[in-house]
Design a protein around this ligand. Structure first.
Ligand code: ATP
Ligand code: MG
Length: 469
């Protein structure tokens, strides 16, 4: 099939020539006259562009800006930039912005076609390699992250794509889904991997302290400030700064953070000048920030500033057999000095697969640590698991229960009923959806929804607390 090249050039004459030449060489060509048009088109994500050929100097956004935008968007489309003869600066800045290659004018159409083909090939090889890596081993690791479900693979791919850029990344996911690990993976795969990775929990301290932790303080800024101190923005120089639990940041601090991100400078508390910082910013939250914005608890401008690229981590219950891969992995992690417990009975496997894991991987980890400590056999048995994870009471018993302790929420009942219908029809979602009178996507969504705990419920803290319970 003809490869689709998007030509971006504000000179319609040159554009037309290129179009003719490349069409003659079996490319399918779309001609656009500005980077902005190209960005809109790529962002819409509808067409299958194989490669982009763009002029460097154009009215409005330059070719380099277009490159940067493509990289930040997470689409791995190779970009070839046309630069004027002798203008090495433009070539360098295009490559820095993430261009696949550059080609100098005057252009030789044959050379151009070869460069475009090479870009397309290389991208295909890279994607193929990525696929193969995953296909070989279902427990394939991505940096420190275990699990290879399609949901996680999507997250890994996103991480892989954004790692190379300097874009600010927002990592979202319920508590315990591995947001910090994802942030570390972004760092490890970036050009800053040899620099420091610094994380700060924005929820853990009062505003005044947070400001000094973030930006540092000058000598004498407050009573105890005998010495000037650098904040994490500067400590992360040459590396990555994770702003964890950013959704909990007080509004006053949000203003200061936004200003720092915009100017790429920080002002230490009590200092009268600003200092430039050189850290890649990653933010993480288990809150729905759009909702926080709507409720007036999170600044909209800051939201847009940090949400350049978003990596969404799926809840454990939506990760299918990853639960088992992770369980095996965590089982060996919690017995570093040799294994006493080597596996699970099938009742435990069933229980793990049907439980909803509101505390996600961390809850799984804590439950297994506890179970291993209690276990008397070499395979974990149902009795070793915490009460809540053992197979839940059958629906029939729940609906007949007269003890308020045994009653469950309507949402949880719905989820279990849907699971029951699915099981009855051997997992056929289409048939299940018909019986339930829902569409397939709703079935899936409802099955994976968090139903049993609200985010502020103390039970979450109990499950999500670090260390074995
Ligand atoms: N994919 C994974 N593979 C292996 N271990 C994992 C994975 N995801 C999470 N973990 C482990 O689970 C625990 C929780 O992960 P992490 O701290 O990254 O979660 P989090 O999303 O930041 O949680 P919170 O919102 O509570 O801060 C850690 O001990 C981590 O090592
Ligand atoms: Mg965390």
């Amino acid at each position: 099939m003809a490869k689709h090249v998007l030509i971006v050039d504000d000179d319609p004459d040159l554009g037309a020539v290129l179009e003719t030449e490349l069409t003659r060489r079996d490319f399918r060509v779309t001609l656009l006259q500005s980077s902005e048009e190209a960005m809109t088109r790529i962002d819409a994500g509808e067409d299958d562009v194989d490669v982009i050929l763009t002029d460097f100097r154009m009215q409005g956004c330059s070719g380099a800006e277009l490159c940067a935008h493509i990289v930040e968007s997470g689409r791995s489309i190779p970009v070839v930039v046309m630069t004027s003869f002798g203008s090495l600066e433009s070539a360098i800045s295009a490559i820095r912005a993430g261009a696949y290659d550059y080609i100098t004018k005057p252009l030789d159409p044959d050379d151009l076609a070869v460069t475009l083909d090479r870009g397309i090939k290389e991208r295909e090889l890279r994607e193929e390699a990525r696929r193969l890596r995953r296909d070989i081993d279902p427990s394939a690791r991505f940096e420190e992250m275990v699990g290879a479900s399609p949901e996680m693979t999507k997250a890994y791919e996103m991480i892989d794509r954004v790692a190379g850029s300097e874009a600010t990344v927002l990592i979202t996911g319920e508590s315990g889904t591995g947001k910090e690990l994802a942030a570390r993976a972004i760092h490890a795969r970036s050009a800053r991997a040899n620099g420091p990775f610094v994380a700060i929990n924005c929820a853990a301290m009062p505003e005044a302290l947070l400001e000094s932790e973030l930006f540092g303080h000058a000598k004498g800024a407050f009573t105890d400030a005998h010495q000037p101190r650098r904040g994490v923005f500067l400590k992360a120089a040459g590396g990555t700064l994770l702003l964890d639990e950013i959704g909990e940041m007080p509004l006053g601090m949000q203003v200061k953070l936004l200003r720092a991100l915009q100017e790429r400078k920080v002002r230490p508390v009590g200092a009268d000048s600003e200092i430039e910082f050189d850290a890649r910013i990653v933010a993480a939250t288990n809150k729905n920030l759009e909702h926080e914005v709507f409720e007036g608890r999170f600044r909209e401008d800051l939201f847009y500033r940090i949400n350049v690229v978003c990596v969404e981590l799926p809840p454990l219950r939506a990760r299918g057999r990853d639960i088992l891969t992770l369980a095996k992995h965590l089982l060996s992690c919690c017995q570093p000095n040799g294994r006493r417990v080597v596996g699970f009975t099938s009742a435990v496997v069933d229980a793990m697969l049907s439980y909803s894991w509101p505390g996600n991987v961390r809850e799984l980890q804590n439950s297994l640590e506890r179970a291993v400590a209690l276990a008397t056999f070499d395979h974990l048995r149902l009795e070793d698991l915490p009460e809540r994870i053992r197979r839940p009471t059958p629906i029939a018993e729940v609906t007949e229960a007269s003890d308020p302790e045994e009653l469950i929420t309507a949402a949880e009942l719905e989820r279990r009923y849907i699971a029951h219908v699915l099981e009855t029809v051997n997992g056929n979602k289409t048939v299940a959806a018909r019986i339930l009178g829902l569409d397939r996507r709703t079935v899936y969504r409802k099955l994976t929804q968090r139903t049993d705990l609200g985010s502020a419920s103390p039970a979450v803290e109990e499950h999500a607390g670090s260390g074995p319970s």
